[in-house]
Ligand binder design. Structure first.
Ligand code: AKG
Length: 269
């Protein structure tokens, strides 16, 4: 596969993570280095997921209700009654804010990013029953280009995510290239076509799918009557900047939603 690099990806070198680790196993570290993803199984208790879901559901309901009122019932990648993106639940709920500082996320930051990290982005993504469309192949850093390019995405299923209801699929190995070129489609930014070598990643509520901002992923259509609910938390190196279309570099340190979760090797939660 010949991949063209993103115009801003000039000198990226993937750095393998090396122990000692506070949370992940050597095998997970090896999968991270080689494939750009792994699953942490059964690390979040059911009552915690229930309370996070209860906090997010009304936010998502408002988002979906808003989408129903606008032209074509869609805005950018969000479509009423198909796929919704409820942005920054941490701004609206202490339960969710506390969740974003949970030791499991702080531990992942220490093992995969380094001593000092911030929450960079958080959003709930709900795929409605019988949503017919996939969400196309992309790297998270293909949406808004952030430097350093390698941040961390934690895809948290709020209900069990299966191939049938639209779980993530990943393309292993490409993370080492850094950010690749994306093109715009009706469904979102896209960086790859086809499914050869793609790996479906099913996960249960209580698990976390962990992948790099540089790992191409997609989610499939929802072919069930179950609403597929996920909460996505992304953590970046302290000092990260977002590159804007007019060549500005905007620090990603909004104190309300991009707060530190680890500092000098210490978990702050
Ligand atoms: O969860 C989904 O269905 C797609 C969302 C996604 O991949 C993302 O927000 O990067």
């Amino acid at each position: 596969m010949t991949l063209k690099k993103h115009a801003l990806n000039k000198d990226f070198i993937w750095q393998n993570t090396n122990g000692p680790f506070v949370l992940i196993s050597d095998q997970q570290a090896q999968q991270w280095n080689q494939s750009g993803f792994f699953v942490l199984e059964d690390v979040l208790p059911a009552d915690l997921i229930t309370s996070v879901k209860a906090a997010i559901d009304p936010m998502e309901a408002k988002t979906n209700a808003f989408l129903r009122t606008i032209e074509d019932k869609r805005k950018f990648i969000a479509r009423a009654d198909e796929i919704t993106f409820a942005l920054h639940p941490v701004l609206k709920s202490e339960t969710v804010k506390d969740f974003s500082m949970h030791p499991v996320f702080a531990g992942l930051c220490l093992d995969l990013l380094g001593p000092t990290s911030r929450l960079y982005w958080d959003q709930a993504v709900y795929k409605k029953p019988y949503c017919p469309e996939e969400f196309p192949w992309h790297q998270d850093n293909g949406y808004n280009f952030v430097s350093p390019q390698d941040y961390l995405t934690c895809w948290v299923p709020l209900v069990d995510a299966t191939v049938e209801n639209g779980c993530p699929w990943v393309m292993p190995g490409i993370h080492k290239t850094g950010t690749i070129e994306h093109w715009q489609t009706d469904l979102g930014w896209q960086c790859l076509k086809g499914m050869v070598d793609a790996v479906p990643v099913e996960a249960k509520a209580g698990d976390i799918i962990v992948f790099s901002s540089l790992t191409p992923h997609r989610t499939g259509p929802n072919q069930t009557d179950i609403e597929r609910k996920s909460y996505i938390l992304q953590y970046s190196h302290d000092g990260s900047v977002m590159h804007t279309d007019d060549d500005q570099q905007v620090p990603q340190d909004n104190p309300d939603r991009q707060f530190l979760v680890t500092e000098n090797g210490t978990q702050l939660g």
